[in-house]
Ligand binder design. Structure first.
Ligand SMILES: *Cc1c(COP(=O)(O)O)cnc(C)c1O
Length: 227
């Protein structure tokens, strides 16, 4: 059957993902233009990055500052929107502020302090999302659900940081819908616009619950090369 054949290249896979985003949006009575495809490109080679750029992909999510440099600063590529989606060490905050348009993984006061200092020093203001540990998993980064209100207040009052939205990674091997619904509720409660949620396996569900940014790796690039 035709639709079970895996498309072979990035342009074809991207095209299919965009179609799936569009149909999921329509099903949820949403405008597909309100949903951005973020290419989660950890471990991909520069050749693959160039292929994705050539296919028209203009938003990328990076897990590590050094890898973002490698992918986008060390070669003369067109400059896409770069989003930090991985855990960020405070000592890397300045490098991150220097190159990212958006930092999605703000999740603790010490990092907020480092980011706000870097923003002042570099006179640069990346958009900021707060990562929420939506399943309250001990091993996962993100502010706890119960700690979110105080953290948001502190970001505003103490660090003068404007927050654009929330990001989460739901627990693996569980139905994701309830976690996406919770993040949507938290964003609405705090009047935040951007919702970064949904990956290759669950982005259609995330769109149903209001995702504005879906972060997609393997469905776009194929299975990741193991490290
Ligand atoms: C790797 C990664 C993704 C993409 O995961 P896939 O399942 O390959 O789509 C999304 N978000 C974050 C934070 C990631 O680290």
């Amino acid at each position: 059957m035709k639709q079970n054949i895996e498309p072979q290249n990035i342009a074809q896979r991207r095209h299919r993902i965009l179609e799936e985003i569009e149909s999921a949006a329509k099903k949820a009575s949403r405008n597909p233009d309100d949903i951005s495809l973020v290419a989660a490109c950890k471990t991909q080679t520069n050749e693959i990055i160039i292929e994705a750029l050539a296919a028209g992909q203009n938003t990328f999510g990076e897990n590590r500052v050094a890898e973002a440099y490698e992918h986008f600063m060390a070669q003369a590529t067109p400059r896409p929107e770069l989003r930090m989606i991985g855990p960020l060490q405070s000592k890397k905050a300045e490098d991150a502020v220097a190159i990212f348009d958006v930092i999605e993984s703000l999740d603790r006061p010490s990092l907020a302090l480092a980011v706000s200092k870097a923003m002042q020093k570099l006179s640069k203001q990346p958009k900021l999302l707060v990562q929420v540990n939506i399943g309250d998993e001990p091993q996962k980064s993100g502010i706890s659900v119960s700690g979110l209100p105080q953290f948001l207040a502190e970001l505003q009052d103490k660090y003068d940081l404007k927050i654009n939205g929330l990001m989460c990674i739901p627990p693996a091997n569980q139905v994701a819908g309830p976690y996406f619904a919770l993040l949507q509720k938290l964003a609405a409660r705090h009047n935040l616009q951007e919702l970064s949620m949904g990956m290759s396996d669950d982005f259609k569900t995330a769109i149903q619950f209001g995702a504005t940014h879906v972060r997609i790796g393997s469905a776009l690039f194929g299975e990741r090369p193991s490290l």
